[in-house]
Design a protein around this ligand. Sequence first.
Ligand SMILES: [Mg+2]
Length: 374
Amino acid sequence: MRQGLGINNYYTKLNLLKNMPFKAIPEIGEFGLINKIAALAAPTLAAVPELLTGIGDDCAVFQPSAELLQVSTTDILAELVHFDLMTTPLKHLGSKAISVNVSDICAMNALPRYALISLAVPQSFPIAMIEELYIGMSHAAKEYGLAIAGGDTSASRSGLVISITIVGEVSPEQLTHRSGAKPGELLCVTGSLGGAAAGLKLLMREKEIMLNHIENNEPYTKNVMADLKEYSEAIQQQLLPLARIDIIRYFHSKNIHPSSMIDISDGLSSDLKHICHKSNTGALIHENHLPIHSSTRRIADELQDDALTWALTGGEDYQLLFTIPREKYQIIADTREISIIGEITDPDSGVNLCDRYGMNIDLASISGFDHFSS
Ligand SMILES: [Mg+2]
């Protein structure tokens, strides 16, 4: 790339040179792009009958033997798209990079086994910072019983990029897909929602303050984390989310088999629509039943924002959204970490939110996070 030519301008010029039709990714969005990739990958599937699930779920599923299934997932974290080093400690980033992948393994009702980690690193990046990153990764991996088994490193000309692949295992009986929900079943979610979005808003506010100091040549000596102590819960949910492996272990110990499951990475609204689309159902969720932490509501009030919108579309909560038959209610009724937020309906009913006034709102119009928008 010639000096001074920004990367986006570079692609425009390249496209003209190659005489290809120009359509930028935001015109079709992240899911439009995934559909195009899936269509191009489809012809490769026939050669591998042991591949039970390809693109379109939280993990690919491969069957090496009759007793055990292998599940695998991969995720990229790109600087200034997924994280901002101005507000993200590297140990936290390393831990989060592992957790977001483990979350996808959990969404299949599986347990993680090993990880491959690839990094593209700017040349000026200090080695000590890479070590910090790996300390965070290693710590999280230990928590999840996961081995870091290999990877690759490369130079980067546009910020730090972390790509992680995790392979996990599950028995054929326990495997859970996004499909499988049936009308009448209960819709459940773990933990609380909207906290990660609240944390992100606070960190963005703090970043603005830092940038103002820099622009005005004023020293910025505050310790960001110490300064945000009163918001530590939301900040933690943003910077250090934990995959709900505790819930998967609980399911296995109690012999609970969700009929469908997904992890909430893009926001409840978007991820619920994936379950409904794959299961060919509708759903009705109740605003009053959504687990939104009081600290999230307090932060929303303070920032004059809306905690419900954060819960529906904020994303990055990495909680599990799943369905179970109504007769299984008693098994999960006493678990504080699980909330029943609604039920699965027939497909013609659509995907709706019953608000606190009893009005039904169509969630089709509300979408979650798209990495290619903005
Ligand atoms: Mg997922």
